[in-house]
Design a protein around this ligand. Structure first.
Ligand SMILES: [Zn+2]
Ligand SMILES: [Zn+2]
Length: 189
């Protein structure tokens, strides 16, 4: 009968009390008698287990050392990653500051351009307004006054240069805007 901790042979249902050193497998008495393990070294479990215990202990030690090595490597790499991240972060910060400064510069320039643009509009408008006023007044005048200087007024009306929408942004400014929105990918510039 099999004891509490005994494992039975799957073939013969006998307790596996022996160990075949050549197959490194548990075997039962019937297995051994069957001739399957002819010329193999058959040992009692108690006899052979210390040797394997020792082998396992050596492997355990090796595995622990390997584990330590991995842990150290991971720690080192983590530290390196933190350093790399900090460097990248500071580069990006510099780049950001540079771009913000550039953007502010462009914004200022756009503002100046817009002001100049509006001044040109209002100048053109007031010049047309004053001419309109002049012509209106001329129309109200009696014939003599109406005809006096009529030619020069007509010339001024005809010769009034057509108001042309000024170019909103200079080419240089456009280029600057383009540069700011498409920053050069090299850092540290
Ligand atoms: Zn067996
Ligand atoms: Zn064997």
């Amino acid at each position: 009968m099999a004891g509490r901790n005994e494992i039975l042979c799957q073939v013969y249902q006998e307790p596996l009390k022996l160990f075949c050193k050549d197959d490194e497998a548990l075997v039962c008495m019937v297995c051994v008698k069957s001739g399957e393990h002819k010329d193999h070294r058959i040992l009692f479990l108690e006899e052979v287990s210390p040797e394997y215990k020792e082998k396992f202990a050596i492997f355990l030690d090796m595995l622990k050392k390997e584990r330590d090595r991995i842990v150290k490597q991971v720690t080192g790499e983590k530290r390196q990653m933190v350093t790399n991240f900090r460097e990248l972060h500071s580069l990006l910060e510099k780049q950001e500051n540079r771009l913000v400064a550039q953007l502010e510069e462009v914004e200022e320039e756009v503002g100046r351009n817009r002001d100049q643009h509006l001044i040109k509009f209002s100048e053109a408008l007031s010049s047309v307004d004053s001419l309109i006023q002049e012509v209106k007044e001329k129309c109200q005048q009696p014939p003599t006054e109406l005809l006096q200087g009529a030619r020069s007024l007509l010339q001024r009306c005809e010769g009034k240069p057509k108001f042309r929408n000024p170019v909103r942004f200079s080419l240089a400014l456009k280029w600057k805007i383009w540069e700011t929105s498409n920053p050069n990918p090299n850092f540290g510039g």
